[in-house]
Design a protein around this ligand. Structure first.
Ligand code: ZN
Length: 1017
């Protein structure tokens, strides 16, 4: 047999490209178009409609970046006498699209003349339905001229990330806007051919089925009239019917296809544009559902629904209807799809609490599956938080982006740091924006790791980020692969259906234990420092505000600021979205995030001040006011218990400063630190054991400046080659030291960074030793004007540490300090929350930070044989994409170092630094509202119940990985108490009651939530 396979394939390709697509529409008729260009930010429909519209021709150029153009379109229906069952009039639109991509370009929402959203327009979904019976055509298009910032992902710096810096050029053109007839038969043939072509291309060359499909296409090509495809279209379809009707084999892979649109809550566009992106996509989905009753759409993020409720009530009521009928499936149960590592303990909880609460209150359902397809790695605390929030399953996909190692499973149990397991799935198609093409389906089967043990995978399909969501073409692909030889069997359904069935089929799925570290995007622990600092600060202020306002409400009858707290939480949670908190959005987004964080801080500080003032002031004896200090850290401070307000005890011994020829010594009764004239720490001793912390022949507190130009994904990535170029900052421009009246001693060093003899950045560092302190504090003020540089602060420690403990939510993870395996080698930059801790048997050292998340760890052996474990904090970067001016300007941050510290002391050092004491004038000492007698148990949250009942909620956790029995005492009477879920609902668990409290047993890293009823006000 002579082979002509390639020629037939090429013939088919040419036909599809040049004849088939262009034959779908015929009889194009022009429409009357007029336009109004909004001057600034978007306006609602009713405002736009009242404006003066001017006639515009086809070809008209419009759309300066981020602007909105409203088009009024009208005309007579030209096809009223052309009723044929296979003809459908449709409006077709082209704004000068690059059709090879979805989204990221001009997008439009069509409205009826009464302001009802109809459907949206995007590059790969650029039509509107119009009934043939109607006499007139009239509608409005709200066209958003969103610049294509991603472009071809060249990662070149762009000015399009802010309204003001965007070039004054028109980005789009009115290339086509007309009414035409869609020939459903030709459209059907197109979908047949695409399904066959896709399946063919997914099968190996030797496959008989592949060749059979090709020959069926060849027969079709012989029949079809290439000059007029509609002429013989039915015969052409008949030629393909046989191969399309051949059924799938008994053992074929099963795919549950669920409609989806991954809409980033902000990213290469501002938050306000995501509101419109949601409206546009959701209007498409509702329109598609009218024709396709089996189509299910999975949609996450309570925040996106809130936007619809508040700004697009008609779309929202459409959603409510479809939720009721089961076609619209709210998934995730989170406020937004947040970052998977960076949110703090309670914030990660509230993502679920407020997400699930919104779903419950508005839809009467709770999500069963956590849904984080795109976050950059997943904390080992998540399984416990997910399960305790009433979810049973976890979905992600991002781990397929690993650069080095392949995750071994697609369907598996994920075990968290406390031992909780959650049944999990990664779609084996390696995408959450599938088109359900034959290639994608074939790959989903080929790639599925659990073949032979499990038989199905989930595929979320639909264009995200403004591409418009699922399309009728994708559904056509799903229908054609329901039962098709050579293809996985595709059925439309929900993620919950998939998970229930997958769990039932494979209850003994393999287990992945601990965090899921993404071997990619390692710069996200450091990029856009101010956004991260705002988040850290407000997480702490929220904890403090809830604690003191609860106490003030219960003790003084103050009104609990439930509304203000809830609003602040929702705003913080929104800004934890997986492109905002990681620092990977455009300048516009980060500018707004910084402003919003400042506003939230002001609100929370007011609540804290007011609550504290109510608590410590007894109105009857206001004359005897003294300075009091609040302590919301996790350990006693100057004689004041945790969660109490009292009068500080005087320190026992002052800190002293000694000038030596090499530099200075800062010393108190606990520690001694020697610092040389370049600000490097040459010796650091805990005086109780006399042990030297710094590796001999090395200096600590050294600034390393690295070139930082990743191969791509600038704000996201730190590539390992950054280590190859580094310089130590040694240029000291100022060196001052002193002793304060308050008893502490300090050394202040200013260093400069220069380029071509010109100073570019200034690093001011103050090392402070307080009287009685067991740790050294480092304060940094960095005036940063570098580009594509990474600044690290290095501490080579003389400790034989196998692992480093890094804090995550409600506990910590252990990560190796060596690079034995490819997994260890790939983990060259990792995430911490408030502390990291290094230890060998009987000795450890703790490092706390108030705003730094990224660190790296390495080990070496000194000439004397001792291990040098070097810990380096990533202080600041300066990526140029997507924000060309990222991280420029002033930044302040703090660290604390405590040699001779246990892991428990590390935990407490983290709280101590992140919860500075607060001074207030008062006349009443406040004992803790809640007290726990076990040191390792941290009371993370004290608040009133979300349901407004006045019940008291206390959330605590075991912090060091030990089993503990503890007694919890309440400083206020209560009637009963129950263990509850994170959603504050009672669990069926016994609580051992004692007079003024309860006793509890906690397993390592267990989170416990207690609900106290009948708390006396
Ligand atoms: Zn995303």
């Amino acid at each position: 047999m002579h082979q002509d396979t390639k020629e037939v394939e090429a013939r088919l390709e040419r036909f599809v490209r040049d004849r088939l697509f262009s034959s779908i529409y015929s009889n194009k008729h022009p429409l009357v178009i007029s336009a109004w260009e909004a001057a600034g930010e978007p306006v609602p429909f009713y405002v736009a409609k009242q404006q003066e519209f001017k006639s515009v021709p086809i070809g008209w150029k419009f759309g300066r970046a981020w602007s909105t153009t409203w088009l009024r379109v009208s005309g007579e229906m030209p096809f009223r006498d052309q009723h044929k069952e296979y003809y459908k009039p449709e409006i077709i639109v082209d704004f000068g699209y690059n059709r090879s991509r979805s989204g990221f370009q001009a997008e439009a929402l069509a409205y009826s003349p009464y302001g009802t959203p109809i459907k949206s327009i995007a590059p790969k979904n650029s039509w509107l339905p119009w009934p043939i019976e109607s006499e007139y055509i009239e509608f409005y298009l709200e066209v958003a001229a969103n610049p294509d910032i991603a472009g071809e992902y060249s990662f070149a710096p762009t000015n399009f990330g802010e309204w003001d810096t965007s070039p004054e050029v028109k980005l789009y053109a009115l290339n086509e806007l007309c009414i035409a007839l869609l020939d459903e038969r030709v459209w059907g043939l197109t979908q047949d051919v695409l399904a066959i072509q896709g399946l063919m291309n997914s099968l190996p060359d030797y496959s008989t089925r592949r060749h059979k499909l090709l020959r069926a296409c060849e027969n079709m090509l012989d029949i079809v009239r290439t000059g007029d495809v509609s002429k013989n279209v039915q015969d052409a379809r008949n030629a393909l019917a046989t191969v399309l009707n051949e059924p799938a084999s008994a053992s074929s892979h099963k795919v549950i296809a669920t409609g989806h649109a991954h809409i980033d809550t902000a990213w290469l566009w501002p938050l306000r544009e995501s509101i419109r992106k949601c409206a546009r996509t959701f209007s498409n989905v509702l329109s598609l559902m009218q024709e396709h009753p089996k189509f299910v759409f999975s949609c996450s993020s309570a925040q996106h629904y809130v936007w619809m409720r508040d700004f697009y009530p008609e779309i929202y009521s459409g959603i409510l209807e479809r939720v009721k009928s089961g076609q619209w499936a709210p998934v995730g149960g989170m406020w937004v799809e947040c970052d998977g590592n960076l949110p703090g303990s309670e914030a990660m909880v509230r993502q679920f609490v407020y997400g699930q609460k919104f779903f419950q209150d508005n839809f009467g359902i709770r999500a069963k599956e956590a849904w984080l397809p795109d976050s950059f790695g997943y904390s080992g605390a998540l399984p416990q938080i997910i399960k305790q929030s009433g979810l049973d399953f976890f979905l992600s996909q991002k781990m397929s982006w690993n650069q080095t190692n392949t995750m071994p499973h697609h369907t598996f149990w994920w075990e968290g740091i406390d031992g909780t397991r959650v049944f999990s799935h990664f779609p084996s198609a390696d995408t959450y924006n599938s088109e359900l093409t034959g290639q994608e389906l074939g790959f989903a089967e080929k790639n599925f790791a659990e073949k032979g043990h499990a038989s199905s995978s989930l595929i979320p399909f639909g264009w995200g980020d403004g591409g418009g969501g699922p399309t009728r073409e994708m559904l056509a692909a799903a229908y054609r692969t329901e039962n098709l030889e050579g293809s996985p069997r595709v059925s439309l359904g929900s993620a919950a259906e998939f998970f229930e069935a997958a769990h039932q089929e494979y209850p003994n799925a393999p287990v992945w234990r601990g965090e899921m570290y993404l071997e990619f995007h390692r710069g996200v622990f450091t990029s856009q420092l101010r956004t991260k600092q705002g988040n850290r600060r407000n997480e702490a202020l929220l904890r403090e505000a809830e604690l003191w306002s609860t106490y003030a409400t219960l003790r003084t009858g103050m009104t609990y600021p439930a509304k203000e707290l809830r609003k602040a939480w929702e705003e913080v949670l929104l800004l934890q979205f997986h492109d905002i908190l990681p620092g990977t959005s455009i300048a516009w987004v980060h500018r707004e995030a910084e402003i919003k964080h400042q506003e939230i801080s002001q609100t929370l500080n007011k609540i804290i001040q007011q609550s504290l003032s109510n608590l410590v002031n007894d109105s009857e004896s206001s004359a005897n006011e003294v300075e009091m200090t609040s302590n919301v850290s996790a350990s006693e401070r100057s004689g004041i218990s945790p969660l109490a307000v009292g009068i500080k005890e005087k320190y026992k011994g002052p800190a002293l400063l000694q000038v030596i020829p090499e530099g200075v010594i800062l010393e108190n009764r606990n520690i001694r630190v020697t610092i040389d004239k370049t600000g490097h720490i040459t010796s650091f001793k805990n005086l109780s054991d006399g042990r030297e912390a710094i590796s001999p022949n090395h200096v600590a507190n050294e600034f390393h400046l690295h070139a930082d130009l990743p191969n791509k994904w600038d704000a996201w990535d730190i590539d390992l080659h950054y280590k190859r170029r580094s310089e130590v900052l040694n240029q000291v421009t100022s060196y001052l030291y002193g002793q304060s009246e308050a008893g502490h001693v300090w050394l202040e060093i200013v260093k400069s960074v220069s380029s071509s003899e010109k100073i570019t950045s200034i690093v001011k560092e103050k090392l402070v030793l307080y009287p009685d302190a067991l740790d050294l504090e480092i304060e940094l003020d960095i005036d940063w004007h570098e580009r594509e540089k990474l600044l690290k602060l290095s501490f080579p420690i003389d400790v034989h540490a196998e692992q480093v403990a890094a804090e995550i939510q409600f506990g910590h993870v252990w990560r190796p300090t060596h690079v034995n395996t490819s997994w260890d080698h790939a983990r060259f930059e990792a995430c911490q929350h408030k502390f990291v801790h290094l230890r060998e048997e009987n000795w450890g050292i703790a490092f706390a930070n108030d705003s730094s998340y990224g660190y790296d760890i390495s080990r070496n052996t000194d000439t004397n044989g001792s291990t040098i474990t070097t810990l380096r904090f990533s202080l600041i970067r300066a990526a140029r994409f997507p924000d060309p001016n990222a991280d420029q300007g002033l930044h302040s941050m703090k660290f604390r170092i405590k040699p001779g510290a246990s892991i428990l002391e590390a935990v407490k050092l983290g709280y101590s630094l992140n919860y500075p004491e607060r001074r207030i004038m008062g006349n009443r000492i406040i004992e803790p509202l809640v007290f726990c007698d076990a040191d390792e148990v941290i009371i993370e949250t004290v608040k009133l119940a979300e349901d407004g009942s006045g019940d008291l909620i206390v959330r605590l956790y075991e912090s060091i990985g030990s089993r503990v029995n503890c007694n919890l005492r309440l400083n206020i009477p209560f009637k009963t108490v129950s263990r509850s879920s994170l959603l504050e609902e009672p669990l069926n668990l016994e609580v051992e009651r004692e007079n003024s409290g309860i006793s509890l047993e906690l397993r390592p890293f267990q989170i416990a939530t207690l609900r106290f009823y009948g708390v006396k006000q």
